[in-house]
Design a protein around this ligand. Structure first.
Ligand code: OGA
Ligand code: MN
Length: 197
């Protein structure tokens, strides 16, 4: 990954969309991991944190599975993100402490209403990353990520969840929404955090 380019964009605009930052072999492995036919691995995503956590399908329809540090493919992805973490700390002094991420699958008709990734009362999510794993995604499949400027009034970018695309943005600055998907939509969503969770 081009740390200098990512740092520059994060500093100047707060987000960057990368067409294909990861190697084909790694992407192929991640694609397989997200398709490997064990639905029991995935569970309904929840909204909120701690006692306030709830599953509300009308807000958020995806099922998720956190990456497994014992799986070699997941390890390879985590290693790339670790390299990015160290690189961004060195260039932007962000003090990123760790990275958490999960596979997410949205079925037909699912989306995620406009929200912020910073959980209430906590400011520990600094950067959001989303990597998309959808081959042959068509415009009619919907499922775009819509990113709003900080007040939430106007759209700054719309991202199609096409294979290999990654967006990175400042978690606190950009409300965002996943439009209803008309096909199965797969991704890895993750967050670089500072300590103190
Ligand atoms: C999230 C999220 C965006 C996407 O999981 O918090 O906003 O495009 N995901 O999948
Ligand atoms: Mn989000």
């Amino acid at each position: 990954m081009d740390i200098a380019e990512i740092s520059y964009q994060l500093e100047h605009t707060g987000y960057i969309v990368l067409a294909k930052p990861l190697a084909d072999e790694l992407l192929a492995g991640l694609y397989t991991r997200c398709h490997d036919g064990d639905p029991a691995r995935f569970h309904a995503a929840q909204v909120g944190r701690g006692a306030a956590k709830k599953q509300i399908g009308s807000i958020r329809g995806d099922v998720i599975d956190w990456l497994d540090a014992n799986n070699s493919t997941d390890q390879a992805y985590l290693a790339c993100m670790e390299e990015l973490r160290l690189g961004l700390n060195a260039t932007l002094y962000l003090g990123l402490f760790d990275y958490e991420c999960h596979y997410a699958i949205y079925g037909e008709g699912d989306g995620y209403a406009k929200h912020s990734d910073v959980l209430q009362g906590k400011k520990n999510r600094i950067l959001t990353t989303v990597l998309y794993l959808n081959e042959d995604w068509q415009a009619c499949d919907g499922g775009e990520l819509v990113v709003f400027e900080p007040t939430g009034q106007s759209v700054i970018t719309t991202v199609n969840p096409t294979f290999g695309t990654m967006i990175i943005f400042l978690s606190e600055s950009f409300p965002h929404e996943v439009l209803v998907s008309h096909a199965t939509r797969r991704s890895i969503a993750g967050w670089f955090r500072v300590s103190g969770s």
